[in-house]
Design a protein around this ligand. Sequence first.
Ligand code: GLP
Length: 241
Amino acid sequence: MIYKVYDNTDELNREAASHFEEVLTSVESPVLGLATGSTPVGLYKELIKLCKDEKISFKNASSFNLDEYVGLDAAHDQSYAYFMRQNLFDHVDINIENTHVPSGLGDNDKVCADYNAELEKHVVDIQILGIGSNGHIAFNEPGTSFDAVTHVVNLTEQSITDNARFFDSIDDVPKQAITMGLKNIYASKKIILIAMGENKADAVKMLIEDAPNTDAPCSILQNHDNVVVLLDSAAASKLTK
Ligand code: GLP
């Protein structure tokens, strides 16, 4: 795992975008692993710019999103399906048929089984990740097995509180999500993880300095041989090494 610390978040986002650009311009049918939350928004803006400038194209790309809230349909403005259309898909030349976000409204067990089956047919070339303040990646909360595949998760109080800022009230935050498992994420060829802000500093310390353990789901990434971590100085502020 390599990590870089930036004073300037525009530079950080440009660096993240350059890794996607490399994949999009060199792989014939690139498979992208995509994330939601506030963290990847700057990266998506850079990718939209690169696409408008015709430096990259998503025409031959397909994508898999990490997760979705249970109970929100794709038209709900806080669903991750809606987020992806707003922040990326509607602004680039991707074929929407080739994008995958698990459905929050189906039969959960079937949605998970179908998503795993689809993931088994593809290898993600590049995965973008944020990180939860408790060290979760996607919605793999502390205690999740490193062998977990796509599953339904009961969100922790911490994750519900952290995400309440996007909803009218904390009671509106869904209590469950469908998430790719750590094993699915680990199967990506390359992983770019971005963390910004002081409230991510403890999670970043777990990610980089804790021995791999299931209480820190992000720590699984230490075993992966192609992970780039991009941090702002606040997120890196608790690193000791
Ligand atoms: C969310 C998502 C994660 C995301 C994390 C951090 O709950 N499930 O994929 O990385 O929490 O979100 P943010 O980037 O808004 O801080």
